[in-house]
Design a protein around this ligand. Structure first.
Ligand SMILES: CC/C=C\C=C\CC(=O)SCCNC(=O)CCNC(=O)[C@H](O)C(C)(C)COP(=O)(O)OP(=O)(O)OC[C@H]1O[C@@H](n2cnc3c(N)ncnc32)[C@H](O)[C@@H]1OP(=O)(O)O
Length: 283
């Protein structure tokens, strides 16, 4: 099945394959600055679960459709109408709380699907990139941005503590609680230069188009490498983020005890010495 037909079912995401083994996903609701309705975060999970196990995809680029935004975050209009933040009905406090807890857990799980995707994900941020934009991009493996990006951890401004992943992941991404508290407590905007300085993004490009091009090049470069090695590296680095060194050394030993039993090592081990480009089976 072609890439186009395999990914044609998504309503809120544009999907394409601009290079071999590369998927480009665009959040596609530009008239509303790509704000996320519930149907969109549910669809995001299905999409990334599919990408995760697709042997024809080895790296994913995620951007927003249109010029103005990666995403303006949660669809606040829908949230104000559907009782998301304040369930009505004749429920006591415990039952309301249980309903909300389950809802938040499912929302978190949908966004975490980006992190759990076995393939590296490169987020291309541009224009308005606030609220959920930070939750989602913290789940990506690499973040690049356009010079016009306007970031904000916006939740305090809509009356809540961010609960979809930013407060858990962002301190680990940038390694500075002081800076995260600065931007999360104030909900202030910050720009591309500041994002680069603190290590939130690793590249800034003059425009969205240039940023997407660079991300697709990076994804294609990664896509030419051993998928066993690349996927193992993502898994072990994510484990390292959440565990002590000793535990991670044990984990990578157990991981590689299986992963080293691969033709990829035979294909790659002497390729530098022999001046040849190895190719790898699908995974
Ligand atoms: C359980 C909780 C779970 C999740 C929590 C998530 C946290 C967040 O994501 S917090 C951030 C939420 N987002 C916002 O508060 C942003 C709201 N939008 C704005 O403040 C402004 O739109 C703007 C981003 C400053 C941009 O302003 P401007 O350039 O003037 O564009 P607009 O004309 O305002 O917007 C164009 C068009 O898009 C619609 N829209 C923009 N943002 C949202 C949004 N977040 N939700 C729904 N709709 C949005 C806006 O209404 C316009 O639509 P029209 O049909 O053209 O009126």
């Amino acid at each position: 099945m072609s890439f186009t037909s395999a990914y044609s079912k998504y309503q809120y995401f544009l999907t394409s394959s601009p290079a071999p083994y590369v998927a480009h996903i665009q959040i596609n609701r530009p008239t509303k600055l790509n704000a996320f309705k519930e149907a969109m975060w549910l669809e995001l999970r299905t999409l990334f679960n599919q990408l995760s196990v697709d042997p024809d995809v080895r790296a994913v680029v995620l951007s927003g459709a249109g010029d103005k935004a990666f995403t303006a975050g949660l669809d606040v209009t829908e949230a104000s109408q559907n009782g998301l933040l304040n369930p009505e009905g004749n429920l006591d406090g415990a039952r309301k709380a249980a309903k909300l807890r389950r809802h938040i857990a499912e929302f978190q799980e949908c966004i975490t699907a980006v992190e759990k995707c076995e393939k590296p994900v490169i987020a291309v941020m541009h224009g308005i990139s606030i609220g959920l934009a930070i939750d989602i991009s913290c789940c990506a493996d690499v973040r690049v941005c356009a010079a016009n990006t306007r970031f904000a951890v916006k939740e305090v401004d809509i009356g809540l503590a961010a609960d979809i992943g930013t407060l858990a992941r962002l301190p680990k991404v940038v390694g500075s609680f002081s800076w995260v508290k600065d931007i999360a407590l104030s909900a202030r905007d910050f720009g591309a230069e500041e994002a680069l300085r603190v290590g939130f993004v690793s590249q800034v490009h003059e425009s969205k188009e240039k940023a997407v091009e660079a991300a697709v090049r990076m994804a294609a470069f990664i896509g030419g490498k051993s998928p066993v090695a690349v996927q193992g590296t993502k898994e072990v680095l994510n484990h390292a983020r959440d565990h002590a060194v000793e535990e991670n050394l044990k984990y990578v030993g157990i991981w590689n005890a299986a992963a080293l039993q691969t033709g990829d090592v035979q294909a790659a081990l002497l390729s530098g010495m022999q001046k040849r480009k190895p190719t790898f089976e699908k995974l």
